[in-house]
Design a protein around this ligand. Structure first.
Ligand code: CUA
Length: 151
């Protein structure tokens, strides 16, 4: 008799847990806040703005940095941005999930296949920063990094 009660509680807990996860995932659209717009990963290279990766001035002291991630590099390979400007990062991946972390800053988000990730920040200190991938994406993952210069 007791076994049956425990089994019931166990299964009940499991069902409750799965229900919560399910509701979170499907009904509340529980996705990282940066992932709103969608994109076909196979067409990243031909879809604006990703067909021209790089830094572009879009307003007074306001820049957009378009980045294409693929195993195992970021395009463009070198990014130069002005000190104190508002910078909007816009990133997409051509293949798997990659990370987008700029060491020693608040910039840290995921780039998921099918989604356009965006993040805005302002660099307050000049210097060389390291943009790196912090999601394991394959055999070359540890090589996936590039330089970012704030001048
Ligand atoms: Cu890209 Cu790890």
């Amino acid at each position: 008799k007791m076994e049956k009660i425990w089994l019931f509680i166990g299964i009940g807990t499991l069902i409750l847990f799965l229900a919560i996860v399910g509701v979170n995932a499907f009904y509340m659209g529980n996705k990282p806040p940066s992932c709103i717009a969608t994109i076909n990963p196979d067409r990243v290279s031909s879809t604006p703005p990703f067909n021209h990766p790089g830094v572009k001035q879009i307003g007074k002291n306001h820049y957009q940095v378009t980045v294409v991630a693929s195993a195992f590099s970021f395009d463009p390979g070198d990014i130069k941005i002005p000190l104190g400007a508002k910078v909007d990062f816009v990133a997409a991946t051509k293949d798997v999930v990659h990370g987008f972390e700029i060491a020693k800053t608040d910039v840290n988000f995921m780039i998921e296949p099918g989604y356009i990730s965006t993040y805005s920040t302002t660099f307050k200190k000049p210097g060389e920063y390291l943009l790196l991938c912090n999601e394991y994406c394959g055999t070359g993952h540890q090589l996936m990094a590039t330089k970012l210069e704030v001048v």
